[in-house]
Write a protein that binds this ligand. Structure first.
Ligand code: GAP
Length: 560
């Protein structure tokens, strides 16, 4: 029920539309719109607003205003990303180069926000993880010790029926058929996907080395130095974000399989047998599809359950593995990914990498099927042992309690490709609003490339001046844009499509009252906020607080 109320502020009358509703047995009343300074003006305005509210309710019931989830193919996502300035094929004016991509003005921001959020969650918010940044090219002996020179192998195959050229892993040899037509594969040989390079300009004196195929090895080679310098205690992790390169036989599916990509990895070290220090979630909300190697062997379906129960029922062998699988899943979900699109799948015995004693992938339901998003392997002491052997350096640490030296074990290695994470957030936020008739990219504001767009409602000098002042002030803190071209509706649509969470409009009242309208991207609701509060409010709403807690809602229907 909505009704008009009068409020006296500093001796002057102000009229508001107030709405009462029941919530959890309590009656709650809220101002929902400012109506003006006279009774007559207020009644006229209230009538309009109530009529529009009813029309909006009716249209919503009839499905006319409706935000629908749009499922699009990977090709359509690639062309959307190109059109909007997220990602371009690298060197496109020369025809591009398979497996290499450039990030445009929005892509670079999205990528950097994903990395920031990953670092915040995995490093800053924890006491037990610290970061490093290793070199892309290192001493080639690193790759001999790690097994990458001898055991990192892909097999090139061609489909005998349709000619599809692709790669398979060694364990798939003779077991898989062409994913396009089901035809049989013909093997074209084994290839090591490491890119080689010469270090040193004079050929005779130069050293053959490699572009790193994973960031992980630099963590292992620096382990002892980091352990000593940072004075860490087990259990602890070392994190790294950086480029990796693989000369993939068949780069495909846009950012899914590329030749140059970025990884976000942690090597989490424990004393062998050390128990996990953290609790697993008991929330029903955090259930996920679990697909163990046994379920796969017995041709059973994946089962939805809490990761906690998967550990209790011995489906996941170690407490640490269960913990990190849950952390990685929650990182995505907390940033707005759809939990229904995730599952965890255990590697089969013959599928595991040469260094892993157990491995689970966090998989995502891509438009081309369930695929690996992130690998979470138990690497044991394989890597430190190998580096100790090859470098002849003592990498053991000293246990003060037992007075013994030992090699820590990497009980878990969460290893995520940034490009794949970016795809997840793009797919899960891609909606179409039937009422607005445009795409709405519902990215979590923390990830949105542009945090707010600032518009003068029309190109009047005083509106433009105030808009510029607000823009210059907000720009000190956030990536915001100033936009005065085209109709206001067009400007909203442009920003909806690139995921800008807030549009700030400056109008005649703004000049007089020093306030602005903020429009929320997801609901198209508009609120009136004081200019002096803007910075603070934006910061709070980026951090998940509600816009409605900071300003008065205004009539959205008549304003747009
Ligand atoms: N250090 C362990 C490691 O590198 P991986 O399963 O080979 O394990 C880890 O790679 C993650 O890196 C994958 O789950 C994926 O997200 C990403 N990744 C691997 N190869 C990729 C490629 N060619 N293109 C894009 N991302 C890739």
């Amino acid at each position: 029920m909505a009704f008009i109320v009068k409020q006296k502020i500093k001796g002057k009358d102000y009229y508001y539309l107030r709405r009462s509703f029941r919530k959890d047995g309590k009656v709650i009343s809220k101002h929902i719109a400012y109506l003006g300074k006279t009774r007559e003006e207020a009644e006229k305005r209230a009538k309009e607003i109530i009529k529009n509210m009813e029309k909006f309710k009716e249209e919503k019931k009839m499905g006319k205003i409706n935000m629908i989830k749009k499922d699009i193919s990977i090709e359509d996502m690639a062309s959307f990303c190109k059109r909007k300035g997220f990602v371009y094929s690298s060197g496109e004016i020369y025809g591009g180069l398979a497996g290499f991509w450039d990030f445009g003005n929005l892509g670079v921001e999205l990528k950097s926000n994903i990395k920031k959020e990953w670092w915040k969650f995995h490093v800053y918010n924890r006491e037990d993880v610290i970061g490093i940044d290793g070199a892309i090219i290192t001493n080639p002996k690193v790759w001999e010790a790690s097994g990458h020179v001898s055991s990192f192998v892909d097999i090139a195959v061609v489909c005998k029926k349709c000619g599809n050229k692709t790669k398979i892993d060694k364990f798939e040899l003779g077991k898989v058929n062409c994913e396009k037509c089901g035809g049989e594969f013909e093997t074209k040989g084994e290839f090591n996907p490491m890119f080689t390079t010469q270090v040193g300009p004079i050929k005779q004196d130069s050293l053959k080395s490699y572009l790193r195929p994973e960031t992980a090895q630099l963590i292992f080679t620096n382990f002892k130095a980091v352990y000593d310098n940072a004075r860490m205690k087990l259990p602890f992790g070392i994190a790294q974000i950086g480029k990796a390169f693989r000369n993939e036989i068949a780069p495909r599916d846009f950012l899914f399989r590329t030749r140059e990509f970025e990884q976000m990895e942690i090597e989490y070290f424990i004393k062998p047998e050390q128990k996990c220090l953290y609790k697993l979630s008991d929330s029903e909300k955090n259930k996920i599809l679990v697909y163990s190697s046994e379920m796969q062997t017995k041709n059973k379906k994946a089962q939805k359950m809490k990761i906690r129960d998967a550990y209790k029922n011995k489906i996941i062998k170690t407490d640490w593995h269960a913990y990190w699988l849950e952390q990685e899943f929650l990182w995505f979900v907390n940033l707005g990914a759809n939990p229904e699109n995730f599952r965890i799948r255990q590697h089969m015995d013959d599928e595991r990498a040469h260094y892993a004693s157990d491995c689970w992938d966090l998989e995502y339901r891509f438009p081309f099927g369930w695929k690996e998003l992130e690998g979470i392997a138990n690497r044991g002491d394989f890597d430190l042992r190998q580096h100790e052997k090859h470098s002849k350096k003592d990498l053991k640490i000293f246990d003060l309690l037992t007075k013994e030296k030992f090699l820590p074990h990497v009980v878990c290695e969460p290893s995520l490709g940034l490009g794949r994470a970016l795809l997840v957030f793009m797919f899960d936020s891609y909606f179409y609003d039937k009422g607005r008739q445009n795409i709405v990219l519902k990215l979590n504001p923390k990830l949105s490339p542009i945090k707010a767009a600032i518009f003068p409602i029309v190109k009047k000098k005083n509106f433009q001046k105030l808009s510029r002042e607000i823009y210059n002030e907000l720009k000190k803190e956030y990536n915001v844009i100033y936009d005065e071209s085209g109709s206001i509706g067009r400007r909203y649509a442009r920003n909806d499509e690139i995921g800008t969470p807030f549009c700030i409009t400056i109008d005649g009242d703004s000049v007089k009252n020093k306030d602005v309208t903020i429009r929320d991207r997801n609901t198209a609701k508009q609120f009136r906020i004081k200019i002096k509060d803007l910075k603070n409010v934006i910061q709070k709403i980026i951090n998940n607080e509600k816009l409605s807690d900071f300003g008065k809602i205004i009539d959205t229907r008549t304003k747009v």
